[in-house]
Design a protein around this ligand. Sequence first.
Ligand SMILES: Cc1cc2nc3c(=O)[nH]c(=O)nc-3n(C[C@H](O)[C@H](O)[C@H](O)COP(=O)(O)O)c2cc1C
Length: 288
Amino acid sequence: MTRKAPYPIDKREWHPSLIPGPIALVSTVDAGGTPNVAPKSWLQMVAFEPPTLMLSGSKGGRTETDVLATGCFAVNIVDGSLVERTFACVQWRGEERIRRSDFRLVPASTIRAPLVDDCKAHLECRLVGTQEVGSGFVLFGEVVAASIRDDLLALEPRARYARLDQALFLEEGLYAAMDRARPATSESMSDHFIRYVILLTVERPQLFHEDLVRAHVAHLRRLEEQGRLELCGPFCDRKGGIVVLRGVSETEARAIAEADPFVSSGAETCELRKLEVSCRDNRHMGMG
Ligand SMILES: Cc1cc2nc3c(=O)[nH]c(=O)nc-3n(C[C@H](O)[C@H](O)[C@H](O)COP(=O)(O)O)c2cc1C
């Protein structure tokens, strides 16, 4: 038996956190129509049919009071770009919180509570039940509508995680970025560890100018946004550079290499290599 140390049962003393929760901005409206936005991370699905989630808060909180008054709330998914604002927003309350945090509210499609437009995905919920559990007050919401930024849907399913970049609450002052999906089975794992390495060699230095470099960077930015760029950069000890791609086929990798403005302009030539990554996740290709 492996040795285990006793661990606190109080979640606030967990370092590391054992149950990280998705960070969301929960938006509500009171009976008079005044909106409210509050961060929540004790959030989980509880049923497929009908799609139902739960979030835990405290009775008497503004969010909970609004939900009891109007029977609805929206769960707005927080990504890495919103984390700082989300953690900081709790120093204010009510409408001042929305104003100071610069949260943009827009109407939802099916409920009175607004959506936080800064977020990339939203779940619109109708209250279907409540439950007091010790100091906690759980709201159950049926998901009646959902929406997500359409540029995300243009990506392959696995690459969408990079673009969504969902944030998980770990503990005060710490969050985790859920920016990469990994296959759970060893069969699909083999593709998961394949990378395509594009080696770029300078051929015609006289062709380099600012517009060409900007076009090359725009090409890299596109790959980054598609979740296909693992790393890139110029070599420091020779002329040329490297672009490492993930989640692409060999044909796609070749097309990407040839579409690089450095290559299509003739300033550089490229060589494509297929790499199987050896790392802790694949126990160094099963050998370590
Ligand atoms: C990242 C983060 C996650 C939070 N998660 C929860 C939660 O799951 N439940 C809760 O009751 N409070 C949570 N809080 C604290 C509430 O957001 C805070 O008490 C807020 O003032 C409640 O606002 P309200 O009274 O307007 O509803 C969290 C705060 C942060 C910054």
